[in-house]
Structure formats: C-alpha cells, structure tokens
Design a protein around this ligand. Structure first.
Ligand code: NAD
Length: 532
C-alpha cells in the first residue's frame, strides 16, 4: 500500500520555504519555479502526438493559481483519430489474438510497475494539478492505482468460458467476449485511480479504450501516457486524450464506432451520457454523485467515529463521490459529538497541497469554490446553523494567496429536506442532522435521490447489520470509511448510477456473453433438421 519508491531529486519548494523532496524526471524546478511550462501531448495509436493546430490548454495548480503545464487540447478531429485508432486496434489485431489474454495481463502488470517506479513524480504531479495533499497522493492515490493494475492482471481466470447444464442433447458454452471500443470518461477528483478502475479491466477483457480525463485534472494521466508509449504498451488499444472542449466527451459517447461508455462524473452529466448513448444503443456504466449518510449511534466507539466522520467529509477537501456529507447523530450524544467535531475541524492545517504537513488543501478550481460559497449562503437562508468555516480562509503563505482555499465547514440543525442536505455539494461542507432512534436514522438516510454509500458507527454488530440491510445504497461501511478493496464491487443505487467497478462484477461489465450451442444428438441429426 505504501509507496516504496525513494525520491531521487531534492528541490526547494517556494510554498513553505523548506525542502520538498521530489522525484521528477521532467525538470521539477520548472513546475515550482514557474520558468518554462512543459507541454504534455496526447496518446493516440501508440504514439505521443500533439493536437490539431498544436493547441494547448493550461493545467492550473489550485494551491497557487499558477499555470504549471500545458495539455494538448484534443479537437473534434483528434477525438476522431483516437476513435479510429481504437477501432482499428480492436478490429484488426487486439481481438484477432495478436495479443493473448496472458499478454494483456502482462502489459497491465508492466503499467503497475511503471506507476510504482515513477511513484514520487506522479504523486507530485497529481498533488500539483488537483490540490490533493501530497500525503494523500503518496499514500493513497498512487499505490492504489498501481495495485488496481496489478489486481486485474491476475484476473484472467474470471474470463474463462463455462459449459452450461442444459436438458437437451446440446453442448452449450457461455463465452465471455470483449465489447469493443470503450470510452472511459472520468472526473477530476481521483484521476489516476478512476483511470485504473476503468482501463485495467477493459483492456484485460480485450477491449480497446479511449480514456478522457477531466480538463481540470489531466496532468498525471498525460504523464502516464508518455510512460506507456515509451514502453510500447497496448499499441493503439489504449488512447488517452485530454480536451478543454465540453463536446469532446459527448462526441465519444455519440460516436457509432464506440461500443460502450464507462462514465464517472456528476448525475446530470450521466443523464446526458445516457441520452446520447441511446442513439446508438450502446452499453453504459454510470458511476455518479452521492449524498451519503454517515450514521453515528450513541453506542459508537467515540474516537473512531469522530475520526471517521472527519475523514469522510474532509479528506480530499470533501471532493469525494462517497463523502459522508450528511452526518446523522443520535439525539443523546448530538451536542457533545458536534462540539468535538467542530473543535477538531477548526484545527485542520489548511495550505499548499505540496507541503507534506498540509492536512487540507485547496478546492479544485475557483468556479467550484464559488459554488461552495453559494451553497453556504443557501444553507444559511434555509435556516441551518453555520458552526465553522463557510468562507475563504486567510492564508499567510505568500505563494498560496491566489489558491482556491475554502475552510472546512459544518452546519448544525440541518433538516434533511434542505437543499444542502439533498444536493451534492461536492466539497467540505458537512450537514449534521439529529435522529432519535434506529428507524428514524434509516428513514432519513434513505430519503435522498442518491444511493452511493453509507457509514454506520456502533458497537452493536446486530444493529449495524440490521441497518445495513435496510439502507438503499451500493456500499455500506460499518465502523470504517473509504475502503475500496480491488476485490469488492463498487457502484450506486438510485440516481448514483448503475453498473459496478472493481471485483469480478466490475471486470465482467467490460464483456458480453456469447452462447455457443453445439448439437450432440446421436447420429448427428437434431429434430430441427427434420422439421420440414
Ligand atoms: P462532470 O460530470 O462535470 O464531468 C465528468 C467527465 O465528463 C469529465 O471528463 C467531463 O469533461 C466529461 N463530460 C462533460 N460533459 C459531458 C458530456 N455531455 N458527455 C460526456 N462526457 C462529458 O463531473 P466532475 O465535476 O468532473 O466530477 C464530479 C462528479 O463526479 C461528482 O458528482 C462526483 O460525485 C462524481 N464522481 C462519481 C464517482 C463514482 O464512482 N460514483 C467517482 C468520482 C466522482
């Protein structure tokens, strides 16, 4: 789990005036000192290529507001090229057994190795580009992405065909086959992990893939694209394109040569994806938003629940689809628990994500921060009690003054019907709601259009299991938060989407089943041949 790669270069970071250890292969000083801005190009047909008319868009560091790199900006023509490459790779070679399933698994394992070898560099890029703290990218994002590639490289057996028991004299086989060209469209909050969750299983199954990250967070993936191209992996079966054009994703979804869309993002975008995909009747897997209830019973382990509640809303600055953004606290401990929570929230160290001591980095963009400020105003207007945060903090670090910071925010006295309790805020804004008993906790928890995840904190195992059964969501964490084992399926109920990622179920999403029926009638003449 923990990154084992030692950093190989020491550089001075301006943010804190202290030594930041870095492992860049590509002039780290240029990022931090902002002298020359490096360009990152597209991966199309196994080669790193610039976009049409050599256009680029800026990658902005949310910790400082500075431009840190320029990303090739795929146009309609570039998207077409990527689709053509993926189609050809699928039709001509990938599917024609030029590369066996074992070969594909080996290439996935090579990607896991590349990620581990470049762990420090990728962690730095991910933190600079997204504002995730360096502690998080180092200990969670990078090792998790590598582990996912490795996990799927070991799942070749899942794809074996199976004979089906039938009553007739036929031999029936169910064969798992790839779907074809898969568009993998991902959001900005976990670029490397989301990419790994989609491209590793899709490629193992024999699909070809076009990965499109969010324009707000493409940098680490465009660097991974370089590493993959240099290693000569996948040869056109994996294409990685970034684009600032909102229609690039829609173009992928609507194109007849794309057979499946695996989408993670907001619920309203997911609805649009479904509409567009209907035009060509293609398969979609939708991993969408959430408003997850975090239920604290009075018989919880106090310290564990307090830590869990903080992590569930303030890790990654609350920008998690599974954020425990509705905290349901049992009446008898409500006041004390809330006070302890607010006290702890006020102590979180806010700052530049590149400082290893930072506990709470910036929000991804100024626009996203403005949305949070508007939600806070709405919460106040609707009568919720702002207990801490809700505003832009004063930052003493001179480099960070232009970053997109926002204080950890807690609202008490929230009614579940309020907008801040019903809409996905997607930031560090916690709504605390009081409940009197188990039945009321379940009712409030399920009173949401979303159904992604839930958390339960109690020492009473029976109660925990009972409540877990009654919650309408895809994941329930009991006395823990945020575990995503590669072996376990992840996905939503209700408007949080459908389809699963990870595990056997996640792998099989990228396959379709062919039934092969072989006659075994004695004498070789089945009834159908004598019908007329
Ligand atoms: P978003 O929906 O705005 O964008 C997601 C991706 O879709 C981006 O790559 C974007 O460029 C692309 N896109 C935009 N319009 C499109 C269209 N019409 N057709 C196809 N693609 C299009 O989401 P975001 O702001 O990047 O991410 C935040 C959202 O993602 C939150 O709602 C969060 O809950 C959700 N999310 C869900 C999961 C999950 O697994 N359930 C995981 C992470 C994030």
């Amino acid at each position: 789990m923990v990154c084992a790669v030692q950093p190989n270069i020491s550089i001075v970071g301006r943010g804190s005036g202290r030594i930041i250890r870095g492992g860049f292969k590509i002039s780290p000083q240029r990022f931090l000192m902002n002298t020359t801005i490096q360009n990152f190009d597209l991966l199309i047909n196994g080669k790193i290529v610039s976009a049409h008319e050599n256009k680029y868009f800026d990658a902005v560091n949310p910790s400082t507001g500075e431009v840190i790199a320029r990303i090739a900006d795929a146009s309609t023509d570039d998207v077409k090229l990527a689709i053509t490459a993926a189609r050809r790779a699928f039709d001509m070679s990938w599917i024609n057994s030029t590369i066996s399933i074992e070969g594909r698994a080996k290439e996935l394992l090579t990607v896991a190795g590349l990620i581990r070898e470049h762990a420090k560099e990728l962690a730095d890029l991910e933190s600079m580009d997204t504002g995730k703290t360096l502690k998080q990218t180092t200990f969670i994002d990078i090792p998790t992405a590598a582990d996912t590639f490795e996990y799927f490289s070991n799942q070749t057996d899942v794809l074996n065909g199976n004979p089906i028991a039938v009553l007739s004299s036929s031999l029936c086989l169910a064969q798992r086959e790839p779907i074809g060209v898969v568009a993998a469209i991902i959001p900005w909050n976990y670029p490397l992990i989301m990419a790994a969750w989609k491209i590793a299983p899709a490629l193992l199954c024999g699909n070809s893939v076009i990965l499109k990250p969010s324009p707000l967070a493409s940098l680490s993936l465009m660097r991974l694209a370089q590493l993959i191209a240099q290693a000569g992996l996948f040869k056109g079966a994996l294409n990685i394109i970034a684009s600032s054009h909102p229609q690039a994703g829609a173009q992928l979804v609507g194109h007849p040569d794309v057979d499946m869309v695996s989408f993670s993002g907001g619920t309203s975008t997911g609805q649009e994806v479904m509409r567009l995909a209907a035009q060509t009747t293609k398969k979609v897997v939708l991993e969408l938003g959430g408003k997850s209830p975090n239920i604290i019973f009075s018989d919880c382990d106090w310290d564990a629940a307090l830590g869990g509640a903080l992590s569930a809303i303030f890790m990654n600055q609350g920008q998690m689809c599974t954020a425990g953004s509705r905290l349901l606290v049992e009446d008898s401990i409500y006041d004390d628990f809330l006070k302890a929570l607010v006290d702890r929230a006020k102590t979180l160290k806010i700052g530049n994500a590149m400082d290893f001591q930072t506990e709470f980095g910036p929000i991804i963009s100024r626009q996203q921060r403005d949305k949070l400020l508007a939600f806070v105003q709405q919460g106040k207007n609707e009568g919720a009690k702002l207990l801490c945060g809700g505003k832009v903090p004063a930052i003493s670090d001179s480099v960070a003054t232009n970053g997109f910071y926002f204080e950890p925010t807690i609202f008490g006295d929230v009614q579940n019907s309020m907008t801040i309790a019903q809409e996905e805020v997607f930031g560090p804004v916690l709504c605390v709601i009081r409940f009197k008993d188990e039945a009321e906790a379940v009712r409030i928890a399920n009173d949401s259009k979303y159904g992604l995840a839930a958390m339960i904190w109690t020492k009473d195992r029976e109660k925990a299991n009972r409540v877990a059964q009654r919650l309408r969501c895809g994941t329930v964490w009991i006395n823990t938060y945020g575990a995503f084992p590669n072996e376990a399926p992840f996905g939503g109920y209700k408007q949080s989407g459908f389809g699963r990622e990870l595990g056997k179920e996640g792998l099989l999403e990228f396959t379709q089943t062919k039934h092969v029926c072989i006659d075994q009638t004695p004498g070789g003449k089945p009834l159908v041949s004598a019908w007329f």
